[in-house]
Design a protein around this ligand. Structure first.
Ligand code: CO8
Length: 377
């Protein structure tokens, strides 16, 4: 059986920062304007007033301090509460293809690979910019890669599921070198008018190169020892964005801005239901692999919520984790869906020594969990 390695990673960080303070100030101004314009209904008790958001709550409840966005214009405008993103012509590279190619170039450079070495491109993100042609094929063409390319999504677990799918192709011989890109263009999918979720996401793109161990030449490379994937159906994290919306009876323009057309979650329920599933899966994986947790030098966990990560790390280690044992990038990047664990891996793996083991673990909508045990070569 061949061993598959991650031989390079890349990260594209968008140009604009939005702090919690900026976001909260815009949200609160929007809430005040809404309450003023609905004063009569609110006073009669026909409508609940919108409550203020707070930076303190956001940081304490989630660990998020700021986020990067591709486009800041419009996000803080209380008349819009949505980034202003011009439609690109079909001759231009699409947004997510552009984000992905930046990350891919860094990953290829680190892996010592040229585009022509790559014969599989997987675009994995929580949502695709369009249904077809697959954005992966556009990226394959823009970079000059060979072989074949396709899009896939498993929400926050798309990177680990994508890596596992690439492994299957490398093991079966349908590909010899794979590029898995995770461009998460989350900001246009955020309901900036919703107090519960306006702060959660940021934009980013990550990339990983995977290949068989015998072809890998990069100094910094990681053998994948095991991968485990699991899904359980839940509506607690959901978006109803669909081609069917246009066909709904009595459809109006406003329908496209109703809450279910954005990211919606029952955060508390997700917390309670997902954490035991993650802990059980990783416990079982370590047991099956006969790996003691003391051998795990680092956990690159999904970056949705700092308290969730502390919980998982504490469960596995039997004590609180040091920053270095389970690094957090949420404070800077916010929740970046499938890219979060790969950002953490990209930024915090260079100091590991040959033989050191770690876990890349993603979890989120679906529910879905993807866990990779890796070893520095
Ligand atoms: N400011 C001030 N107060 C607030 C705010 C706010 N912004 N929001 C809520 N509150 C209040 C609530 O009203 C509540 O008040 P009260 O106690 O009076 O009822 C109080 O604060 C506590 O509210 P919660 O119970 O909701 O607070 P939590 O401690 O649960 O924190 C979180 C909320 C941060 C959302 C938390 O529940 C969480 O992070 N849960 C984990 C969720 C998770 O992991 N989700 C994964 C999602 S990512 C994913 O799957 C990818 C999907 C694809 C994404 C595509 C891109 C968009």
């Amino acid at each position: 059986m061949h061993s598959i390695v991650i031989s390079g990673t890349g990260l594209f960080t968008p140009p604009h920062i939005v702090t919690n303070e900026e976001l909260v100030s815009a949200f609160n101004a929007f809430a005040d304007a809404y309450n003023n314009s609905h004063r009569g209904e609110i006073e009669r008790g026909d409508l609940p007033p919108m409550q203020h958001s707070s930076s303190e709550f956001i940081e304490k409840a989630s660990g998020i301090k700021r986020r990067y966005v591709m486009v800041k214009d419009g996000v803080l405008d209380i008349g819009r509460m949505m980034p202003v993103i011009p439609r690109r012509s079909e001759d231009e590279l699409s947004y997510t293809a552009e984000m992905a190619t930046y990350a891919a170039k860094e990953a290829m450079e680190r892996a010592g690979k040229l585009p022509a070495d790559i014969d599989l491109v997987i675009y994995g993100a929580s949502t695709s910019e369009r249904p077809w042609p697959a954005v992966a094929v556009e990226i394959q063409s823009a970079l000059g890669c060979r072989g074949y390319a396709f899009d896939m999504t498993v929400a926050c677990s798309t990177a680990t599921f994508g890596i596992s799918t690439a492994m299957d192709a490398l093991l079966s011989g349908t590909a010899s070198c794979a590029l898995v890109v995770n461009p998460e263009f989350a900001s246009p999918q955020i309901n900036f008018r919703d107090r519960d979720s306006h702060f959660i996401f940021g934009d980013v793109a990550t990339a990983c190169i995977l290949e068989r161990e015998e072809t890998a030449t990069a100094d910094n490379r990681f053998r994948i020892l095991d991968r485990q994937l699991k899904t359980y159906f839940s509506n607690n994290i959901r978006s109803n964005v669909s081609f069917l919306t246009k066909a709904e009876p009595g459809i109006t323009f406003d329908r496209f801005f109703e809450p279910d057309q954005f990211f919606v979650q029952q955060g508390r329920k997700v917390f309670k239901e997902l954490l035991p599933l993650i802990c059980t899966l990783v416990d079982g994986q370590l047991q099956q692999m006969k790996i003691d947790i003391k051998e795990i030098k680092r956990m690159w966990l999904h970056q949705a919520n700092i308290n969730m990560n502390h919980f998982v790390a504490r469960h596995l280690l039997g004590r609180d984790a040091e920053f270095n044992e389970a690094p957090i990038v949420l404070d800077e990047y916010a929740n970046t869906a499938s890219a979060g664990s790969i950002i953490a891996f990209h930024k915090f793996n260079q100091d590991l020594a040959p033989g050191d083991k770690g876990i890349i673990c993603s979890f989120g909508a679906g529910y879905s969990i993807g866990s990779l045990i890796i070893e520095k070569i």
